[in-house]
Write a protein that binds this ligand. Structure first.
Ligand code: GUN
Ligand code: FE
Length: 472
């Protein structure tokens, strides 16, 4: 690697990440991670480093110390990769928490969702909602998000601009729906296609921010005509654009799809038959897939956005994540699915993923649980894989972008009580073997992480960086 000139930042302290689904968390202590501030790229990861500034200057003789900033994690803090939300409806943010006890997917869409989305064709409202959802997701440590907006193309462009201005890494989709939708919230096939092209070309040719990309967004099969689905498939292939949609979320929805598309063998088959199943497709939910459908998704190397909070809120079902993984579907990430999911936090989604998996395992001994490490993997590297960004974000590796959050269990406003004796961890090296003493015990790094996972929230997110730029 060549030398660096100009601004350089060294992040120093404990680094935690989850590089692989089947491996434990990786802990790197007294670790210096050097980031070229210009391009946000990680240039070195040096464990057990005593002197981060000295190490950097020795490694890059062209640098002078005035150009090197050192950011040190606090005593009960650690760096963690930024979260990746693979499925979120920016336009539904005002409805977070607003749904009935008996709401299920199709009635919830009609009663709550479509009216709220339709109102955002007024850019005055859209600006407020989209700005707020970006602010909130960043506050929760989400560095990359795959967004749905509404059918309104101008408001979708606005969303792309707001993402770019905020620094967030984002995929932005204009929702397409030309069928089986309310009169006040529907468009023609031509409007859907033209709007999709218009947004994508705006992002690629006018906005020109490498962190913001378009995503072709047929809402779900029932809201699209066969011809629209086909033409959306054609343009996404032609331009190599990502695709996102919903799949196998709810039994009523699945039956409806079977009625609407009798020629296709399954719901997944509908997307496959219209050229929308591929390695750049993100399918949200996938709660009720048949073996045949799982095989189609595996073979195509499509990604799955697991949305446990939404699936619980709408009583859609329990996505069998560990079974899907065992069946060879290895691109699985987490989605908040705001606003069917009430929280913008991927930490909340990760905890919900674990709860759902444990309930499945309690019903059926043959089912595997999800470990804490696996849930955190899904919220970071898993999401990166789903969005085909695994070589760029999701963990701390040389050559990747520095998309990170600094978590501090003792941040201002934190609700976590840490007692003086629990804090020795960052100086000592944690526990060894059995504890045979009545003295109060310090927390080791893995316990600090577990405490954060189960009891932390956005108040513990002290800072967030995307491509090496501080955004919180
Ligand atoms: N299926 C079609 N549209 C939606 C939506 O907005 N949210 C969810 N959860 N499922 C959908
Ligand atoms: Fe959704």
């Amino acid at each position: 690697m060549t030398g660096v000139k100009g601004q350089f930042t060294v992040y120093y302290g404990t680094f935690v990440d989850a590089p692989a689904f089947e491996e434990p968390l990786r802990f790197r202590e007294h670790c210096a991670v050097g980031v070229n501030a210009g391009d946000g790229q990680i240039r070195f990861v040096e464990e057990q480093c005593d002197n981060p500034l000295g190490y950097t200057l020795q490694r890059y003789p062209d640098l002078v110390k005035e150009h090197v900033e050192v950011v040190t994690a606090p005593a009960c803090g650690f760096f963690f990769p930024g979260f990746i939300d693979t499925h979120i409806h920016a336009s539904q943010y005002p409805n977070c928490g607003v749904l009935g006890d008996d709401s299920t997917l199709l009635d919830w869409l009609n009663k709550y969702t479509f009216p709220t989305e339709a109102a955002l064709s007024d850019c005055k409202w859209a600006t407020q909602v989209y700005s707020a959802v970006i602010r909130r997701t960043l506050a929760c440590g989400t560095t990359t998000a795959c967004y749905y907006t509404t059918i309104d193309t101008e408001a979708a462009k606005l969303m792309a601009q707001l993402c770019s201005a905020s620094g967030q890494r984002a995929l932005v989709g204009k929702v397409c729906m030309d069928s089986n939708s309310p009169d006040y919230y529907v468009e023609t096939k031509e409007e859907s296609l033209q709007g999709t092209l218009d947004l994508a070309l705006f992002i690629e040719e006018k906005l020109v921010d490498p962190k913001v990309k378009p995503v072709v967004t047929p809402r779900f099969a029932p809201a699209c005509s066969s011809q629209l689905l086909k033409e959306l498939g054609d343009i996404s292939r032609e331009h190599d654009w990502h695709i996102q949609t919903h799949l196998d979320e709810n039994f009523q929805e699945i039956e409806w799809v079977a009625e609407l598309f009798p020629e296709s063998k399954s719901y997944t088959g509908v997307y496959a038959d219209h050229g929308l199943l591929g390695s750049s497709t993100v399918f949200a939910h996938c709660v009720h897939m048949t073996q045949e459908e799982i095989e189609l998704v595996r073979e195509a190397q499509a990604g799955i956005a697991h949305c446990p909070e939404s699936n619980t809120a709408l009583m859609s079902g329990e996505c069998p994540v560990t079974d899907l993984y065992k069946a060879g579907v290895h691109k699985i990430g987490l989605g908040t699915d705001v606003s069917a999911g009430a929280s913008c936090s991927i930490l909340d989604a990760a905890r919900a993923a674990q709860t759902v998996a444990r309930h499945r395992a309690m019903h059926d001994r043959a089912v595997d649980k999800l470990s804490l490490a696996q849930c955190l993997y899904l919220g970071t590297m898993g999401g990166a894989a789903v969005l085909n960004m695994a070589d760029k974000v999701g963990s701390f590796e040389v050559g990747k972008q520095f998309d990170a959050q600094l978590l501090d269990l003792q941040s201002a406003g934190s609700t976590i009580d840490i007692f003086p004796w629990q804090r020795e961890v960052m100086v000592s090296k944690g526990k060894q073997g059995d504890v045979k003493t009545s003295a109060p015990q310090p927390l080791d790094t893995s316990e600090i992480v577990r405490k954060w996972f189960y009891t932390g929230d956005d108040r513990n997110v002290s800072n967030v960086w995307i491509a090496g730029k501080k955004v919180k």
